[in-house]
Design a protein around this ligand. Sequence first.
Ligand code: MTE
Length: 282
Amino acid sequence: MLLAGGLASLIPGRAKAGVKLTGYSKSAFSTSEKQTPYEAVTTYNNFYEFGTNKDEPAVHARDFKTNPWALRIDGEVAKPVTLDLDRILKLAPLEERIYRFRCVEGWSMVVPWIGFPLSAVINLAAPTSKAKFVAFESYFSEKQMPRWRYAGIPLPYVEGLRMDEAANPLAILAVGLYGEVLPNQNGAPVRLIVPWKYGFKSIKSIVRIRFQERMPPTTWNISNPREYGFYSNVNPEVDHPRWSQAKERRLGEFFKRDTLKFNGYGEQVAQLYAGMNLKRDY
Ligand code: MTE
């Protein structure tokens, strides 16, 4: 059983935070660094569909309906499929992944996510040899997202990864944090986490995963191509035009710390970019 009390204990339409996830294992990919308190992780958010101030998503996403949910997986695949929440939660054994999470704005946190490797989706859908990229799309509803007009970015939010990035064992789909179902403001019921990239790649509340030949458009690149590239790997050597990326502030800490290339995950991911000029292809 995945959820304490079973899935039936979730009131339809109200898959609320606070519901415990059980039966997950610990992962060797986890950091032992001090975890950012739950309170900060769940009240200091970027989820522009629910407001652009950090404290707004926790308020405006309170009644966001995340159950029932439909996640469509299609494109260049042998087996297109639509998954409901129950099937999403059973795609693969759940693991706790305690990851560093670095936002391009210069803050960072350490979060105990619960999820499973994104490769479970690749295995399920069986992409054809034409599939070179994976495109992700967030849920969007004007009705459910009352602050959408003020987002200042085109919606729905879209993101993308190269196939080999998506298959890397560090890339996960998260369904929880701190042992509980994801709070709405953190991207319920299912979101991407790619810990070696800036936080904006970690798209929330995903409704579609499409395998395709072409590099997909990404929200921040559409909004401001000079400031945001497709790869967006954490890189202290490449400054954002408005923010130095050399240092970061861990939420709750006073002094800044040095930012690590690939957010400290170089051992697992540096080989993905061998031969690439990361100063040009940022
Ligand atoms: N996904 C959607 N759909 N909408 C967003 O505004 N913001 C991104 C990313 N995913 C965003 C999104 C940004 S900029 C960051 S830093 C992270 O989510 C923040 O995740 P968190 O609120 O769980 O810390």
